[in-house]
Write a new protein. Structure first.
Ligand SMILES: Cc1cc2nc3c(=O)[nH]c(=O)nc-3n(C[C@H](O)[C@H](O)[C@H](O)COP(=O)(O)OP(=O)(O)OC[C@H]3O[C@@H](n4cnc5c(N)ncnc54)[C@H](O)[C@@H]3O)c2cc1C
Length: 521
């Protein structure tokens, strides 16, 4: 039911080849082919068969532990054996030291096959990046190879009942106990907070250590589910959430009762340090959106070429793909998907250069909220459009599109809601620290980019509450400026969408101007 990875791989090859030389990391064509082909085989043969089972069975609690759906353990072992959990990690820790661009492509292939399973892989791989950067050497040397080998897994452990978008309100506390830290509090909505894929799980957890209000008093810890000698570390599973979708990913409430934690990095710098992991996970959300959009587009295209309806009643019906309105919907789906693909590859390529190049780092930070938010939105919109193309069949469980729609809905919520991405984009990336935007402007000289800059100049002097009211519209207007910049790389069958960019931009620019006129009401 989920089409093989074949076409998706071809689209990645084409999108990678279309990147300007300066933006494209040096990857040997043979290496690119072998990595994509191997990832495609794993996605098709091992991961895709999990998708329907994960949705139907979900995760459940047995004897106080989360039991994952049938087939997950074998898939996890295959992920680890193939080296996919450490693709971009240094060889010293057992990784393959390959570019993040390759990781973005393979992550998309895996998430296109089964996003619920991909959640544990994404958190674990992103934790490796965090620990390599911020953990004491001995801790990194102990944990990162184990995460790459799949003998341990990891979570990102931030949210609490009263601390969702407002991270600074968290109440979980860490207190010093000799050389140790003890963590006490309740965390909520933790993806794979517990499971049966590994015996040990490392929670990359924020907790309050200082009295400074907001995010300033937060420090970062690694809190293992078990101690080094195998005894439990005072963490109990309270429940797993019942959700709209993504049933194959257990969303856990966890209680920490004096659990031992290892301090990562500098005390009270926890939140900025955790951004190493958050950035990787936001890239993954963009990949999840691309995966959902690509899967929906391919299913809809095939269905529309085979489903016969309409035409002259005197002769046999025609394929619905030939009806102008269906062709229009398919073209829009393809165009949005390919724009997102170009954006994901560009962002990943910038993240590859970020460590050595401040400009690449700044430009990546500028693109990240756009890619995260629009990845989520495009994934959902294109899945929705796919259901429309399939008609009644799309609404049934006979086709995987209704599951795709349910599964991808959360992408606009976790890792920072779209509303919070809008505020980050406008307040931080355009106003407070515009280095990335300035670099973008230097390379993006089209009419939409210029119109966006004029719009920003109108927004900049507005009072803070007015700016917050137009942040979402600015995030969407900014997306079309980025799309215009990326459009020359699109394959010809998707490029027609570029013609609509000015109209789409104008719609959101009008929203911004209305918001400015309303004074933020
Ligand atoms: C399936 C799932 C998996 C998750 N996995 C994890 C995980 O692994 N680890 C983890 O730590 N968390 C996880 N989360 C939690 C997730 O990150 C939060 O749900 C998210 O950050 C939003 O917080 P909230 O749900 O409390 O919503 P709220 O913060 O209450 O927001 C509700 C609405 O109000 C808006 N809003 C809130 N504050 C503002 C503001 N200042 N300005 C403008 N608008 C605002 C938001 O944009 C949103 O639309 C997960 C959540 C889900 C549903």
């Amino acid at each position: 039911m989920i089409p093989s990875s074949h076409q998706e791989i071809a689209r990645f090859r084409a999108a990678f080849a279309a990147m300007p030389d300066a933006a494209r990391p040096g990857i040997d064509a043979e290496l690119l082919d072998s990595i994509l082909d191997a990832a495609g085989r794993l996605a098709d043969e091992v991961i895709a068969p999990l998708d329907a089972v994960a949705d139907r069975e979900g995760c459940r609690i047995e004897d106080g532990r989360v039991k994952t759906p049938e087939g997950y353990k074998a898939a996890w072992a295959a992920m680890a054996e193939g080296g996919w959990l450490g693709l971009d990690q240094p060889e010293t820790h057992g990784g393959s030291a390959l570019p993040i661009v390759l990781k973005a492509m393979t992550t998309t292939l895996f998430d296109r096959a089964c996003p619920g399973f991909g959640m544990v892989c994404g958190a674990t791989a992103s934790a490796s990046v965090l620990l390599s950067e911020h953990a004491p050497d001995a801790v990194a040397a102990d944990w990162v190879p184990a995460l790459i080998a799949g003998t341990r897994a990891a979570t990102i452990c931030i949210s609490e009942a009263d601390a969702g978008s407002d991270v600074g309100r968290m109440r979980t506390r860490a207190t010093q106990d000799g050389a140790d830290w003890r963590i006490t509090g309740t965390k909520q909505w933790i993806s794979y907070g517990d499971h049966d894929l590994t015996t040990r799980i490392g929670h990359c957890l924020l907790a309050r250590t200082g009295d400074a209000p907001g995010g300033r008093g937060l420090s970062l810890f690694l809190v293992p589910s078990t101690l080094d000698d195998g005894r439990p570390n005072g963490i109990s599973l309270i429940r797993i959430e019942e959700k709209l979708g993504l049933h194959g990913s257990p969303t856990c409430a966890l209680s920490f009762e004096g659990s031992r934690g290892i301090l990562l990095g500098t005390p009270e710098r926890g939140l900025p340090q955790l951004f190493t992991m958050i950035s990787m996970m936001r890239l993954q959300v963009a990949c999840q959106g691309l995966a959902a959009a690509a899967r929906a587009t391919e299913i809809a295209e095939r269905y529309a070429s085979e489903r016969l309806q309409g035409g002259d009643p005197a002769v046999p019906p025609v394929a619905i793909a030939t009806h102008p309105d269906v062709a229009r919907q398919l073209a829009e789906m393809r165009g949005k998907t390919e724009l997102l693909r170009a954006c994901v590859l560009q962002l990943a390529a910038l993240m590859d250069r970020a460590a050595e190049d401040d400009g690449a780092q700044a430009l990546a930070q500028f693109l990240l909220p756009l890619a995260k938010a629009h990845g989520a939105e495009i994934g959902f919109d294109v899945a929705n459009a796919g259901i429309q193309v399939l008609g009644g069949a799309g609404y049934t469980k006979d086709w995987p599109l209704e599951q795709t729609l349910r599964d991808i809905r959360v992408a606009a919520i976790y890792e920072g809601t779209t509303g919070m991405q809008g505020i980050d984009f406008l307040e931080r990336r355009l106003i407070r620290d515009p280095r990335g935007y300035d670099l973008f402007r230097a390379g993006a000289t089209g009419s939409v980019a210029q119109a966006f800059h004029a719009l920003l100049e109108e927004v900049r002097p507005a009072p803070a509450e007015v700016r917050l009211a137009v942040a979402d519209a600015m995030l969407r207007a900014g997306w079309y400026a980025v799309c215009e910049w990326l459009a020359p790389r699109l394959p010809s069958d998707a490029a027609q969408i570029a013609g609509d960019l000015e109209d789409s931009f104008a719609l959101h620019a009008a929203r911004v101007r209305r918001g400015l006129g309303d004074g933020g009401r």
